[in-house]
Design a protein around this ligand. Sequence first.
Ligand SMILES: [Zn+2]
Ligand SMILES: [Zn+2]
Length: 173
Amino acid sequence: MLRNDSKLTSESDETCIFCLIANGQDKKTQVIKKNKELMCFRDIYPAAPHHYLVVPIQHIHSCFSLHRGHIDLVKRMAEMGKAVLQDQGITNMEDISLGFHQPPCTSVDHLHLHVLAPRSQIYEHLMYKFIPKTDNFVTEESLRNRIKDKAPIVKSGVDCINYQDLSVVGSRR
Ligand SMILES: [Zn+2]
Ligand SMILES: [Zn+2]
C-alpha cells in the first residue's frame, strides 16, 4: 500500500483499515469496546480462542512512534484488553498474553495491542508470532520501559516519528 510519510502520525489516515474501523466506515468489524481514546475488536486472524486488538482511535504508526508521553496510553490499552477478556468470561488472568508487534513484523501500520487468551491455548502454528519478551512480541511492560526516557521529537509543531530510534530498536536497556 502506498503511504504518505506525512500521514504517519496524523489524526486519521483514509488508507488505514484501523482508522476506517475507528470512524465506523468498516461495517464488517464489530467494535466490542470503545471510548474517546481507544477501541477493541476481534483479530480477523485469531491465534487463540480469544484474540482481540486494542487500538488508539488516533492514527499512531507503531511502537516506534511512541515516547514517554505515551506511557499512560500504553497502560490504558492493556487495561482495556484485560477488561474485554473479563467481559468475555476469562477468569484466569495469569494465562493471557498481551503484546505489540513492531515493524517490520506488523501487519497493519497502526499501533495495536494483541490480547490473547488463554495463553496456553495459542495455536501452535501461530505461536512464533507471540513469544513474549522477544523483539518480535513486546509486552506492554517492556514497551513502557523502553519509552520511559524517550523525549518527543517536535518538528514544526507536529509530533514526528523518531527515525533515529529505528536503529536502536532491539537493544535492551
Ligand atoms: Zn490508522
Ligand atoms: Zn499485529
